[in-house]
Design a protein around this ligand. Sequence first.
Ligand code: ADP
Length: 624
Amino acid sequence: MSLEVSTHSDRRFRALIEHGTDAIALLAPDGTVTYASPSIERILGYPPQEFMTINGFAVIHPGDLPSLAHTFQHLLAIPGLVATQQVRSRHKDGTWRWVEATLTNLVHNPDVQAVVTNLHDITGRKQAEEKLKALAEQTEESEQRFRLLADGAPVMIWTSGIDKLCTYFNAPWLAFTGRTLEQELGNGWTEGVHPADTQRCLDVYTSSFDARKPFSMDYRLRRWDGQYRWIVDNGIPFSTPDGTFTGYIGSCIDITERRRLEQQLQYSERKLRTLVESNILGVVVADVDGQIYEINDRAAQMVGYSKDELLAETFNWQRLVPPDSYETQAQATKTLLSTGALPPFEGEYLRKDGSRVPVLAAGTLLDQERRLALGVILDISERIEAERRKQEFLSMVSHELRTPLTSIMGLIELALMQIDLRPRSLPPEAEGLLGQIEKTLKRADGQVEIEPRLVEELLEVTRLEMRKFELSLHPENLVTIVQEIVANQQQAARTRQIELVLPPDELVPVIADAGRVGQVLTNYLANALKYAPVDQVVSVRLAVEASSARVSVCDQGPGLTPEQQSRVWERFYQVAAPGHQGPDGGLGLGLAIARAIVEQHQGQVGVQSAPGQGSTFWFTLPLS
Ligand code: ADP
């Protein structure tokens, strides 16, 4: 059937059909095309005449065919029914086109007797839809990838949309807060922020967001266990590749521990600063090679340089060390590096004007790698000066004491001589009286004799401590010195038993001041005889060790506690305990003098003792 047979149709209608964008085809109930409008060529590439030679179902995509056939059957059953279906049709060039077919059953209509099929090309729309779908799938996929990544990240991550509301929190965030994603979304997360930080947090977030600027803020966030932890939150604006702003993405880490350490550091830094700036003590930071990095006013003032001079790269700490202390300084550096600290020691530094300043100094290693040390210095000139004045006073007093003592002794001597030269013819009463006077004078003489020794000791210790103490050093045989002293003491205390143990070698060579060394041994031996019971043996032993000789005096006396053992070397120290009161009442200077003498000889002194177990006082001298 052709449209020309429809004599009722007017020309306008024909023009509409033949020039419309949609194509119209009339199908017989078996699918045969009985008419195709010219537009069919634009949609499926077939000229209408050619299209009319094929079956309409032959161009349908096999995938769409069953459902179309079904619709068609259904349509045929109900006259006048209209059905629409989207199907793929093969174009003449072999490609598939999407068409929307609107089928109207007009088979029963005597004018038409066919299913009128309106074909509308929707390939473009379909393609656009496909594209959109693919894009959506892609987006979903990258979103999933992002979440996977974010959940595995060691930081807490959140995102927000352009409305500032949070759209996502990663698994670490949720694990941290112990809340669900739903609770956190939107502004829910602010419920976990410490109330004192919430406003500040929101202000930073809002203002940065409006300016599309990155931000970084610290705030306290409640952890799952209820504890507030400090976190740092870094947010950045986020846009798609084409530059469209899509919101913010942020990452957070728990910095509670870091903050605590920082605060601790700040605190100790402040403590140190306060100490340095208080200028009570001299404080200096320098490396062990002598470069000074920091020095306070007090330290600079002590050594008489300006801080700038001291901090100059060309300045070296060594310049402050007097040449006679180079060795001590080297030793101190070694101690500092090996133990990390330098215990307090007394020494001197050279001032800019060449004078010396006595100091008490101590140090500690700040940085092992950079070999950086912190030194604390105390100017002790005043103390030293006071000490010197005291010594001067002592020395003066001793001299003043000695002069009248000498005359008193001379006068007693004279009086005794006068009694001795008395006439023989005196009456017996006068003779008796003179005899008594003589006895009294002799007792006085005995007492006065102790005094010059005491005064001598006082003078001696004064000289020692003022370092006005010259040794007359000679090569000596220590065996001889020891033998001589023991013999002397034995003679003075005939009733006492002194045992002498000598080494097999007959010669123990030392460079020493024989008189002074003898004085030390005399002191040890006299003490032993003085403090030990008279019926106990005192033994003197000389032994040779690797590079030194050791002389020791062992007694069975009262013994000493550890504290007493260290204090007996102090001047004027005497143990106030039974058994320690000697018959002559010494001054407590003997051992102080002994130590000074031995140390001047580069030797050492010491005592081994325990209360009730006797004492062994010893000293060593380097072998020559
Ligand atoms: P001094 O004997 O003149 O008091 P020293 O300096 O020689 O002074 O001795 C100091 C103190 O040490 C003595 O007063 C005495 O208490 C104690 N001491 C010294 N030697 C001995 C010893 N061998 N046994 C017990 N105590 C001793």
